[in-house]
Design a protein around this ligand. Structure first.
Ligand SMILES: NC(=O)c1ccc[n+]([C@@H]2O[C@H](COP(=O)([O-])OP(=O)(O)OC[C@H]3O[C@@H](n4cnc5c(N)ncnc54)[C@H](O)[C@@H]3O)[C@@H](O)[C@H]2O)c1
Length: 270
């Protein structure tokens, strides 16, 4: 168990000269993961999100890391065509595809099909494409990484968010199954399951969903309890880099209240 608050985790150049593609990268956690990869020496960065405008932070990153190639791709992860086009454009400009982080996600129980399309099918589509591209360039064992962002709700069902919870359980199951089935490829498939983390997704939608089901008193109590547990996105991004460095293929990690722990799950046998 390690505490990830206060920047305890040291920055090194583990990812020097490597390439990374991050989905949901305009968001709180995706953006923080991009920053952490930049600090750790990444050389080529594909920043994917669905917004038509590239995130403003990109110009800061370009100034801070002038030797890094940073490109924004407007992609809806539910569109296979858009994903395919992005992977093919990005991989044409890099020596090899090394890291893919699937972070795009939504949280809205009233849009249950959409939640499954973005949170689960989007991850499956992106993982499949990443695997196809990574297969071509066999690097050292563990040098090619696919990290899928699930949730604490992907390990323990949250009865108030059943669809979100199902989508995130799906991510954990899919990632572990692929890690086992494709273990001979030498690609490291990882699951990261954050607990409550400061972001638009959490604040807007979580509170909105509670408003629909709870009284004001209950809502206030839930908000207070939630605020006490909230970690910053940078805690999650440091956890992401740490497990990319140290996690084993198929492992699942929880980062909650600033602490990173490996989740012990039944062995995958088939
Ligand atoms: N914030 C939390 O408490 C928390 C906890 C556990 C897991 N997570 C997971 O972490 C991930 C990132 O969440 P966040 O908290 O940074 O939220 P966020 O809302 O800040 O970021 C999510 C990003 O995904 C993008 N996105 C949504 N649909 C997309 C689509 N179809 N195609 C491409 N991009 C799309 C959004 O534009 C946004 O930039 C999500 O998968 C979320 O489920 C978040």
């Amino acid at each position: 168990m390690s505490v990830l608050n206060n920047g305890v985790n040291s920055v090194n150049k583990t990812f020097e000269n490597k390439s990374a593609l991050v989905t949901g990268a305009s968001g709180a956690i995706g953006g923080a993961i991009c920053e952490e990869l930049l600090k750790n020496g990444i050389k080529y960065l594909a920043v994917l999100d669905m917004n038509s405008q590239e995130p403003k932070i990109l110009s800061d990153w370009k100034k801070t890391y002038p030797s890094v190639s940073i490109k924004y791709f407007q992609v809806d992860v539910t569109s296979h065509e858009e994903l395919e086009k992005c992977f093919s454009e990005f991989t044409k400009t890099i020596p090899s595809l090394d890291i893919v982080v699937n972070c795009a996600g939504i949280f809205d129980e009233s849009l249950y099909r959409k939640v499954l399309e973005v949170n689960l099918i989007g991850v499956i589509a992106c993982t499949s494409l990443a695997t196809e591209h990574m297969k071509i360039n066999k690097g050292n064992e563990g040098s090619r990484i696919i990290l899928n962002v699930s949730s604490a709700a992907g390990l323990i069902p949250f009865s108030t968010f059943p669809t979100y919870s199902a989508s995130k359980h799906g991510v954990v199951a899919y990632t572990r199954a692929v890690a086992h089935g494709l273990r001979d490829l030498g690609i490291k498939f990882l699951n990261l399951c954050p607990g409550a983390t400061e972001s638009k997704l959490l604040v807007k939608n979580y509170i909105k969903d509670y408003t629909a089901i709870a009284s004001q008193e209950e809502l206030d109590a839930k908000k207070q309890a939630m605020m006490a547990l909230i970690q910053s996105p940078s805690v999650v991004s440091r956890a992401a880099v740490k497990i990319m460095q140290e996690g084993e293929n198929g492992s699942t990690w929880v980062v909650k209240c600033g602490e990173l722990t490996e989740s012990v799950l039944p062995e995958v046998r088939f």
